[in-house]
Design a protein around this ligand. Structure first.
Ligand SMILES: Nc1ncnc2c1ncn2[C@@H]1O[C@H](COP(=O)(O)OP(=O)(O)OP(=O)(O)O)[C@@H](O)[C@H]1O
Ligand SMILES: *[C@@H]1O[C@H](CO)[C@@H](O)[C@H](O)[C@H]1NC(C)=O
Ligand SMILES: *[C@@H]1O[C@H](CO)[C@@H](O)[C@H](O)[C@H]1NC(C)=O
Ligand SMILES: *[C@@H]1O[C@H](CO)[C@@H](O)[C@H](O)[C@H]1NC(C)=O
Ligand SMILES: *[C@@H]1O[C@H](CO)[C@@H](O)[C@H](O)[C@H]1NC(C)=O
Length: 458
């Protein structure tokens, strides 16, 4: 979809929200009048009401132990943190002058909008999705807008409490919350803003960026397996539960997380079922399925992310390590701990350039090195997968690796390193067919190919 069409779509969705809100409120008033008028409906209503209250109570009971945790931790925190940190929390009063900029996403339960607060910061607001399946099926069952809002809000409440307890670079940051706002009704979670995970776009990005996503995921799973709440399993584990924030994958949907291991009597109670594979885990003496939660997460990471993102175009010398990760994860042979170790090893080898040991080092001799120079009037060519769209920009360990790449591209006559780096600290090199002038640039070095080196492949 083009960006203008996206904007129209977002506007349409916002308009729809307002229309539906109005309908919901009207229904509510109508419902009240109707129920007081008719004694038969009245009994019906009180039965339904009791059933709904029961559901709300069950949700509250599920969340209660998590609140207990927070109470204790916030006592501890307040001993250490200064009041500044507490004041940074965004509350209802900070939301009063907000401007809705963009619709970011919606699911069964929640709607997320990008807003600008009065003081100028951009955040994502998560609220009840009044058109969502959760809200609609509740209204169908109970015809009680206020009660249904409470019921659906309890999922956001659970998410907020989990976001307070579980803090990790690969979990979206909770910036604040608002309990009772005249703006939307129900509870609002204020989050750092990301962009929805676009699998198609990720598939087209450099291996280094795809590896970053998978590594972040495994670091997250390692944290969840040893979290302050115990071993956390994500029941719903799909790309749409995550967002990207500056190239880093972050979990945003936590309402389907469970924090308790499965109870069991025998190992037959500890079966993980997936469409193509089943796994059985041991039942421990204390009557819980050992490792079930972390393995459920790991296999989901494998089937929704690794398969698509990890093996494809891995650097030749890392292929063996990557294949090993794929093989062991496909059979759940290793714990999350061991899997993380394997990932960190891949990262170390990649960062150190160890995987380039067999590259001929003399290639750089074919290039004139012009330090403190940049180029203008560039003649670009395309390569894949490039960091920029109108040219060929690739990540390299060193000028030697860049020379190696330039030699293997028939269109390449020069390349330029200007100090820009990727998340691993590797250098971004721009490869070119030509340029018209050299211009002084202290942060840049131009390498111009002098001898026509053979385009032999190494
Ligand atoms: N912090 C954020 N920044 C940008 N977009 C976000 C953010 N959080 C969520 N989104 C988008 O909003 C969508 C809905 O959020 P979320 O997954 O929490 O709702 P949900 O109703 O639980 O969804 P589902 O039906 O998938 O369980 C997400 O798929 C994501 O694309
Ligand atoms: C909260 O913690 C206290 C003691 O730490 C415990 O006695 C109480 O049962 C807990 N409440 C819930 C709801 O878990
Ligand atoms: C997994 O277990 C279920 C239930 O026992 C069974 O029906 C299914 O065929 C199994 N799937 C595979 C792939 O083994
Ligand atoms: C992974 O498994 C495949 C097939 O099962 C096998 O051919 C390959 O050698 C294995 N690779 C590693 C690194 O174990
Ligand atoms: C995982 O590794 C950490 C240290 O990084 C260790 O403390 C923990 O006990 C390990 N867990 C398992 C299940 O091996």
């Amino acid at each position: 979809m083009s960006s203008t069409r996206m904007q129209y779509f977002a506007l349409f969705c916002l308009a729809l929200t307002i229309v539906c809100l109005t309908i919901v409120m009207k229904k509510w008033h109508f419902g009240l009048r109707e129920d007081f008028g008719d004694p038969v409906l009245n009994t019906d209503f009180s039965l339904l009401r009791r059933a709904l209250l029961q559901q709300i109570r069950e949700r509250q009971q599920e969340i209660a132990p998590l609140y207990n945790f927070t109470d204790r931790s916030s006592e501890i925190q307040s001993d250490f943190s200064n009041s500044d940190a507490l004041r940074l929390d965004i509350g209802c009063s900070d939301l009063s002058g907000l401007t809705v900029v963009e619709f970011l996403g919606a699911g069964y339960t929640k709607t997320v909008s990008k807003v600008v607060l009065q003081q100028g910061s951009e955040v994502a607001l998560k609220t009840v999705n009044y058109q969502g399946t959760d809200m609609r099926s509740c209204l169908d069952d109970f015809r009680d807008p206020q009660g249904c809002q409470d019921l659906v809000s309890s999922k956001i409440r659970k998410e907020i409490i989990l976001l307070q307890r579980l803090q990790h670079p690969n979990i979206v940051k909770l910036k604040g919350q608002c309990q009772d706002s005249a703006l939307v009704g129900g509870i609002i979670a204020v989050l750092e803003q990301g962009t929805p995970v676009q699998m198609i776009q990720l598939l087209q990005s450099p291996w280094e960026e795809r590896f970053r996503v998978c590594l972040g995921l495994v670091r997250l799973l390692h944290y969840l397996s040893l979290s302050p709440l115990g071993s956390v399993a994500l029941l719903d584990f799909q790309p749409r539960q995550f967002v990207m924030v500056s190239g880093e994958l972050k979990l945003t949907d936590l309402d389907d997380a469970i924090v308790a291991e499965t109870e069991c009597r025998t190992s037959s109670d500890c079966v993980l079922q997936f469409p193509l594979r089943n796994f059985t885990f041991p039942c421990t003496g204390s009557g819980v399925c050992q490792g079930l939660n972390e393995m459920k997460n790991l296999y989901n990471a494998y089937r929704y992310f690794f398969i698509y993102l990890l093996p494809h175009q891995a650097p030749t010398e890392l292929k063996h390590l990557v294949d090993q990760i794929m093989n062991t994860t496909a059979d759940l042979k290793h714990t999350v701990n061991k899997t993380l170790e394997a990932f960190e090893e891949v990262l170390e080898v990649y960062k150190s350039g160890l995987h380039l040991q067999n590259m001929p080092s003399s290639l750089i001799k074919d290039y004139a090195v012009l330090k403190g120079m940049g180029t203008s009037g560039n003649k670009e060519y395309n390569c894949w997968p490039s960091y920029n769209h109108e040219g060929c920009m690739l990540s390299v360990h060193s000028a030697e690796e860049a020379a190696h790449i330039c030699n293997s591209h028939p269109q390449c006559t020069s390349f330029c390193l200007n100090g820009q780096k990727t998340w691993t600290g590797r250098l971004l090199a721009s490869f070119r067919t030509g340029f018209s002038h050299l211009v002084p640039d202290v942060s840049s070095t131009v390498y111009v190919r002098t001898a026509k080196a053979s385009a032999a492949t190494f």
